[in-house]
Structures are given as structure tokens and as C-alpha cells.
Design a protein around this ligand. Structure first.
Ligand code: FMN
Length: 196
């Protein structure tokens, strides 16, 4: 609840896994009651959506509000990205990186970049938070956390100026996150921070 005006916060959950029975989806289901009791939640399952790669056409630079010339699901989501209070990203690590579908999503936030502004951003709101909760099968979670933090910082152009990251390791087995109290505690803390 927003203490200033009594309205619920707006949270965008971006799930970038293709495994419907995997850990990103398991955590999404686990967190849903907690999130939905405190926020208006919009879910965007990138792997099920049409999110095309950025054309780098600079069509968005002809306007001074976030926009894109491509008629796809990302462009339709731009108003939600702009007006939310916070974004929670749930995703796997693929080859030490963001999975391709999430990298496409990140690239498309170029539609918020405005070179005529001192901070290079035409986001309507620039006070938003982003939390990235990632899953890795076998790799070094500390290294991956640095990778996630580096990538999350690029969402600043879309107005997400504060970010936090967590990487849950040993997460190949679908649903195994639900057996890991330390990671679940970290997820709860991330949710609380996003909605504080
Ligand atoms: C294409 C692909 C690449 C992967 N690369 C890595 C990797 O570099 N490091 C790692 O620890 N796990 C890697 N994994 C394993 C996933 O990160 C792991 O299974 C994760 O828990 C999947 O999350 P999900 O269940 O939410 O989809 C990879 C899996 C796939 C399918």
C-alpha cells in the first residue's frame, strides 16, 4: 500500500523462463499471494510473448515519449513499464548471461532513451525499483550475481534507478526452489523491498 495516498503499488512481474514447470514459475506461484495482497500485479511471461529484437532504427528517437515502431507485445507493454512502481524479474541464467528472450526485452527499453535529456531518459517515472531473481544449474552464483547486477543497471534508462539481484544456485531440478529456505527468504525480502 502506498502510504501517501492509500493506493496499491503497481508491480510488473517479468518471467523469462521457457520451463513452465521450472523454478522461475514455481517462485512466481509461491510469491503470488504475498505480492497480490499488497500490489496490483501485471504478469508478463516473456517466453510466451512476441518480443522482437530491437531494430536499432531510432524510430523511437523521433518522439519524446517512450514508443516503438514494432507492433508487438513489448510495445503494448511500454505504458505498464513506464507507470509501474517496481519490476520483479524471474529468470534462468543461460550460458552465463541473461536468457535471449530477456536480453531482447532489455534491448527494447532503448525505446526509453532520449539523447536530448541530461540523463538520456524519457521515462515518465524515474524512481522505480527492479529486482532480479535468477536461477542457475551449476555455475558460480557470485559471478552470476555480478552479471545480473550489471544488466539490471541498464534498466535505469527506463526509470528503474534502484536494483537488487539474487542468484539461486543448484536449481536445475524443476520446483527445487521450494525446498530451499535460504533462497525463499531472499525472495521474500526482495518482494518486500520492491513494495516498501
Ligand atoms: C540454454 C541453457 C543454458 C544454460 N546455461 C547455464 C549456465 O551458463 N550456467 C548455469 O549454472 N546453468 C545454466 N543452465 C541451467 C539453468 O540455468 C537452470 O536449469 C535454471 O534453474 C533454469 O531455470 P528455470 O527452471 O526457471 O527455467 C542453462 C540451461 C539452458 C537451457
Amino acid at each position: 500500500m502506498n502510504e501517501e495516498n492509500g493506493t496499491k503499488k503497481k508491480l510488473l512481474v517479468v518471467n523469462a523462463s521457457k520451463r513452465r514447470n521450472g523454478n522461475s514459475y514455481a517462485l512466481e506461484r509461491h510469491l503470488a499471494p504475498r505480492l497480490e495482497s499488497r500490489a496490483d500485479v501485471v504478469y508478463f511471461h516473456v517466453g510466451e510473448k512476441d518480443v522482437r529484437v530491437c531494430l536499432a532504427c531510432d524510430g523511437c528517437k523521433r518522439r519524446h515519449e517512450p514508443s516503438c515502431v514494432q507492433p508487438d507485445d513489448f510495445t503494448a507493454l511500454i505504458p505498464e513499464i513506464d507507470k509501474c512502481d517496481a519490476m520483479l524479474i524471474l529468470a534462468p541464467v543461460h550460458w552465463d548471461q541473461f536468457p535471449a528472450q530477456l536480453k531482447a526485452f532489455l534491448d527494447r527499453t532503448y525505446s526509453f532513451m532520449d539523447f536530448s535529456q541530461p540523463d538520456f531518459s524519457m521515462a515518465g517515472r524515474k524512481d522505480k525499483k527492479v529486482g532480479g531473481f535468477f536461477f542457475a544449474g551449476f555455475g558460480p552464483v557470485d559471478v552470476y550475481k555480478g552479471m545480473v547486477e550489471t544488466n539490471l543497471k541498464s534498466f535505469a534508462t527506463a526509470g528503474f534507478r534502484q536494483c537488487r539481484a539474487h542468484v539461486a544456485g543448484d536449481a536445475n531440478v524443476p520446483g527445487s526452489i521450494l525446498e530451499k529456505p535460504d533462497d525463499l527468504k531472499a525472495a521474500g525480502e526482495m518482494a518486500d523491498w520492491l513494495l516498501a
